[in-house]
Every structure is written in C-alpha cells, then in structure tokens.
Write a protein that binds this ligand. Structure first.
Ligand SMILES: [Zn+2]
Length: 249
C-alpha cells in the first residue's frame, strides 16, 4: 500500500510543490506522510459532502485543487471540514498553483476543452492558442458556453477572434498580459466589475465562465495521472456540482 508521502512525491513529479506561487499554501494540508493510503478521492474543493463521498468510497486520502488553509483560521468547530477530516482519519493533499501552471494542468486542460491549437504559455498561467475557426465575440461566447456547458459573462466588445488567451479560476489580473501578448479575446473563470470596465477601455472581448467551470475539467486529468502512477490503488473522482447557480429573468 502506498503512503501519503508516496502520493505527494508522485504529484510533485508532474506539479512540483516548490513551483507554488508566493501567496499559495498548497501541499500536505492534513495528515502524515507515513499514513498508508487504501484509496484516493479527487476533487476541486473539500466540503462536508466530499468527506462523505470519501468515507463511502473507503478513501483515506483526498487530493484536491484548492488548499484548505488559504486564510488564517481562528477556530476549528465540529462543523468544519478540518474537524470532520481528522475524525474520519482522512488526509488531504492540495495541488493548487503548481497544478494550475504545470504542463497538462488546469490551464492546459481548459485550452484543450476549448479545442485551441498552437497553444503557448505566456508567463506561468496564461495560455494563448488558435480557435478552431475565426468567429465574432458573440459566437465565441456561444462556443465557450457550449464547450464548458455554462453561461458566459461578456463585456460586450465586438471583435473578430482568431486567438484566445485563457486562465482558469479568478485571474482577472492576468488580463493586461493576455491582451498585450496579442490575444484577440481573454477568458477566465471570474473577474471583478472594474476589470470588465478596464477591458472596455482596451476594446477587447473579456469573457468569464465561472471559477468551478474553468478549473473542474482538470480534475479528470489529475485522476488519470494518479491512476497511472498507482495502477492498483482505488482512485475515484468525486461527484461535484458548481456552488454558484445562474437564475435568468
Ligand atoms: Zn481556483
């Protein structure tokens, strides 16, 4: 049976924890390297429902994307996931920014979901690639909505788009770099009101498709990589639904 440390080291080979961003807190969030792993559940976020799924699947390690301890915690109540994890004897490894930026990680998975070709990396996070065909910004919105099966927010700037830059998650801050590197449009998970305003000054399309929707496609790939590293270990991807619902008028 592999140990938590063995799983950590396997992840470290394709998404080195030393490459995490300065603000990040990913790695071994709960548990010890010595614990034997009888099964793994993969997910984007650890929630009480995910802990139930792990227990039902007999998994004593959760490999997730978002770290548990991103902000300082003031207390640990019995309702908190940390309490429930420790009670259930479940360890947690979070992959976050190393998985965002590594080859084949979050941003590459998003690029492949959008069927971009000639994909190149700008900095650590941004991917720019060619769209399957030239399309209007509105057609790009419809195309993105279809690829990711989710509603799109759009800044309303018309343009003919051949190339698309993208970053999964909350990456409005990468917009200037995306535009200055020649992308006809920029897609991210979520962006602030003022980022949308700024994009209108630049006169280039800005699209947001949801934090969950732009990152979740990578969890299947994370699961596949873990399974190929540990072929005999039961590894399952959790059932997850986006925590934000859109109600149209
Ligand atoms: Zn994220």
């Amino acid at each position: 049976m592999p140990s938590v440390g063995d799983i950590y080291d396997a992840i470290d080979r394709f998404a080195p924890f030393s490459s995490q961003d300065s603000f990040d807190r990913c790695g071994l969030d709960v548990g010890s390297r010595e614990q034997s792993v009888c099964g793994i559940l993969t997910c984007l976020d650890v929630t009480p429902d995910i802990i139930r799924q792990a227990a039902q699947a007999d998994a004593n390690l959760i490999v997730c994307h978002h770290p548990l301890f991103f902000h300082a915690i003031q207390s640990i109540s019995p309702e908190s996931v940390v309490w429930k994890l420790i009670q259930a004897g479940i360890s947690v490894i979070s992959t976050h920014t190393p998985w965002d930026i590594c080859a084949g990680g979050v941003n590459d998975c998003l690029a492949s979901k959008l069927r971009l070709t000639n994909v190149r990396a700008i900095g650590s996070y941004i991917r720019i690639g060619d769209l399957p065909s030239e399309m209007s910004a509105e057609a790009l919105c419809a195309y993105t909505a279809k690829c990711l099966n989710t509603p799109i927010l759009y800044n309303g700037v018309p343009a003919l788009c051949r190339t698309l830059a993208l970053v999964g998650g909350a990456a409005g801050g990468d917009m200037p770099d995306a535009y200055s590197n020649g992308a006809d449009a920029y897609l991210t998970g979520e962006a602030r009101y003022h980022t949308f305003l700024e994009s209108q000054t630049v006169r280039k399309p800005l699209l947001t498709a949801g934090h969950f929707e732009t990152e979740h496609p990578s969890i299947a790939e994370l699961t596949r990589r873990l399974q190929s590293a540990f072929p005999d270990l039961p590894i399952r991807q959790a059932e997850e639904k986006p925590p934000i619902h859109t109600i149209l008028p």
